[in-house]
Design a protein around this ligand. Structure first.
Ligand code: GAR
Length: 192
């Protein structure tokens, strides 16, 4: 199975996946990193990990359709089976969905359907809820609405600050995301 990771920022989840794949024997490889932000730190992580990467942004294209078409060409050239969204901060469009429906997995830093969107951790913290968490789910046509594969709760303690909560959430993400991907790889078919 050939995997592509999409990311837009720091790339700590990309790193967790790379490290897990290095440590564990899996019948899959991380073939490619796609990034839509030219200054994102994840690009340096990919270089260091010797994962081929490509970066371009929708601004360079006349439309989102053309942007996704360019991504699809790269995916086809690399024969990618599964797309893993690890902090890819864009809504996936019809182009990618038409080919990779049920073959795109996202991680989101809240207990969906609560706190979807760009600021899942902050929104939960500011709402004053007692627990939040992490969700791994398939991508569908909604925003953070696809079928849930795994959720893990994180308790928000009285002493927590936004920074400590972020730390806790990321720790859980780095643990469960590789586990979920490994499970899907071990099943041998992304849709079984
Ligand atoms: C992660 O917390 C991920 O769950 C979140 O972006 C962060 C990326 O961190 N994704 C979303 O909010 C998607 N809606 P990273 O670049 O260090 O992996």
């Amino acid at each position: 199975m050939k995997i592509a990771v999409f990311a837009s920022g720091n790339g700590s989840n990309f790193q967790a996946l790379v490290d897990y794949f290095k440590k564990n024997r899996l019948s899959a490889t991380i073939e490619w990193l796609f990034c839509d932000q030219p200054h994102a730190y994840v690009l340096q992580r990919a270089k260091k990990a010797q994962v081929p990467s490509t970066c371009f942004s929708p601004k360079e294209f006349a439309s989102k359709t053309e942007y996704e078409q360019a991504i699809l060409e790269e995916l086809a050239n690399r024969e990618i089976d599964l797309i893993v969204l690890a902090g890819y901060m864009r809504i996936v469009g019809e182009g990618l969905l038409s080919i990779y429906e049920n073959k795109m997995i996202n991680i989101h830093p809240s207990l969906l359907p609560n706190f979807p969107g760009l600021h899942g951790i902050r929104d939960a913290f500011e709402a004053g809820v007692e627990e939040t968490g992490v969700t791994v789910h398939y991508i569908d046509r909604g925003v953070d609405t696809g079928p849930i594969i795994r959720q893990e709760k994180v308790v928000i303690e009285k002493e927590d600050t936004l920074a400590t909560l972020e730390q806790k959430i990321h720790q859980i993400e780095h643990q469960i995301f590789p586990e979920v991907i490994a499970k899907i790889v071990n099943m041998g078919d992304v849709n079984k």
